[in-house]
Design a protein around this ligand. Sequence first.
Ligand code: ADP
Length: 260
Amino acid sequence: RLETVRGFAKGASIEGIKDIVAVASGKGGVGKSTTAVNLAVALAKSCKLRVGLLDADIYGPSIPTMMKVSGKPEVNEDLKMIPIRSHGVDCMSIGFLVGKDAPIVWRGPMVMSALEKLTRGVSWGELDILVVDMPPGTGDAQLSISQRLQLSGALIVSTPQDVALVDARRGANMFRKVEVPILGLIENMSCFKCPSCGEKSYIFGSGGARKTADEMDMEFLGEIPLEMEIGSCSDEGSPVVISAPDSIVSKAYCDVANKV
Ligand code: ADP
């Protein structure tokens, strides 16, 4: 998809980076960061691309835990921060710059300046794709990122629940307003397969995300089931695409990566 949409958005590009892709959600807790991480690793591992991962979820950075990266990034001679590499992906997160349990109680201008540092103050080198884990919702920070960076496209993550899909629509409409192409909708936590009897339960409903994608004229990129392994691998800092490469969920992430 990126081949066809690249260059439409208005913001400024980052030197050396071919495509910047935002992973967004209307609501928090729907699996946006988990999707961003597994997608980034799948793009590096299965699509053999040079990939960066930017944790722009300024108030709740998850990338340090999910990618098992910590410490302060080194700075080069141009005073640019050098991303920290993990699982084949170059990572940068606001979490590297503040204490692990420190609350980030910043007002708008500080958030903007932090985001500027995390994007243009970083020595990204040559990348095929920079995956941006966006903050949830459609506030100031989200709008600024979408306007200041030339995003090649945005991916929207939602659970099948109506309450999440309503916000996913808002998120999609925000990108449309600022003329960022939407690459598609990913349904996370689509169903749960009982490990004992194998029966599938559609805990958050079924079919809603596909219908929303159709109604909003977005591509439906795939379903990621609710799977204990996804959560435990994230907590251990070893994304499921790495820990269980032959699992169904891993294949689902690689499928999405290939479509992008
Ligand atoms: P968000 O970035 O939208 O706030 P996260 O990616 O942090 O959401 O996910 C919220 C929680 O749900 C995390 O504990 C994560 O491990 C878990 N999670 C996300 N997707 C799945 C899934 N498909 N199956 C099981 N757990 C998941």
